[in-house]
Design a protein around this ligand. Structure first.
Ligand SMILES: NC(=O)CC(=O)C(=O)O
Length: 304
């Protein structure tokens, strides 16, 4: 499929129910993590969502030393059929069967992925349709390398490689753009997704106790308002016994910047009914999508 044919005709935006799983109990044992994630997906499905979302790095502890140890070969290529039966990834198999069993769309948070040919490790999100087919993926483009003296130092690039593509997928109710956590700090990515027709952007994420209080909500409301889209990040629950203390506070923001729902820090399933009326009203009332001045500055989405 060419990019132009993929970009044509975003689906008509229809009301849908979104479930965010702010997953807890993510420990050292991958099988236990997968078992618990599966149980929580089934639990979330009882609320009849159309789309379920898991957090960043849900099958392993979050830290650069862990990524190569937990990494799995996925081997997904956009536009090519993927045979789940032949997948080497136990996480992909679990996510596929859970999506199929629940008959829902599933954004499978992210997991460390080892590329089959280069051996490079990525932080990768995979997406499943209600038939359990793996239909899209996103490799975290911007690696989380920060050093705030006395507060937090983190260097994903010690073991991870950054992805090189922007990604979205089409459902029967919306076109949904993907990013992972630190990607939100780079407004170009969200802007490109919005220009490609995405009405909803979902970024599994795991902010921390330094950046979370200041930036988690601010960035989501900013990306939602400047692109007039629904924006959501799904975090792991906070575990103060873990090496990395996630902020939690999984959230959904509407195109006017209103926070529709927000978790606290513990394990929780959040449901939100996404209403396209707000999207239409925001764009009609504040028509920035038609007021851009590409005679003054370049359109960064051109050519993508
Ligand atoms: N964990 C991340 O990728 C990003 C983060 O915590 C932040 O940007 O702050």
């Amino acid at each position: 499929m060419t990019l132009m044919s993929k970009l044509a005709n975003p689906p008509t935006f229809k009301p849908f129910r979104l479930a965010l799983i702010q997953l807890g109990s993510i420990g050292a044992n991958k099988s236990d993590n997968l078992k618990h994630a599966r149980e929580m997906i089934l639990k979330a499905a009882s609320g009849k969502p159309d789309l379920i979302v898991l957090p960043e790095c849900f099958n392993s502890p979050y830290g650069h030393v862990h990524f190569p140890v937990y990494a799995e070969k996925i081997g997904f290529k956009p536009g090519e059929a993927y045979d789940i039966g032949k997948s080497e990834s136990e996480s992909v198999k679990m996510l596929s069967s859970a999506a199929k069993e629940c008959r829902t769309w599933l954004i499978g948070g992210s997991i460390p992925e080892r590329d089959a040919s280069s051996d490079d490790v990525y932080n990768t999100c995979t997406v499943y349709n209600p038939q359990g087919e793996l239909v899209a993926s996103h490799r975290k483009v911007h690696l989380f390398d920060i050093d705030i003296p006395g507060k937090i130092k983190f260097k994903e690039s010690e073991t991870l490689t950054g992805g090189t593509t922007t990604n979205f997928f089409d459902t029967d109710f919306a076109r949904i753009g993907l990013g992972i956590c630190y990607d939100i700090r780079f407004p170009e990515l969200a802007m490109i997704s919005a220009r490609q027709g995405c009405q909803v952007l979902v970024y599994p994420g795991a902010f921390n106790m330094t950046t979370g209080p200041l930036h988690w909500e601010l960035l989501q409301r900013g990306r939602a308002v400047d692109n007039q889209v629904f924006f959501s990040m799904c975090s792991p629950a906070r575990d103060t016994t873990a090496g990395y203390h996630a902020w939690g506070h999984s959230m959904v923001v509407d195109p006017m910047g209103k926070v529709l729902c927000e978790a606290e820090e513990g394990e929780q399933i959040l449901y939100t009914d996404v209403d396209p009326k707000v999207f239409d009203e925001a764009r009609a009332g504040i028509p920035v999508t038609m007021q851009r001045r590409f005679d003054v500055y370049p359109d960064v989405s051109v050519g993508l």
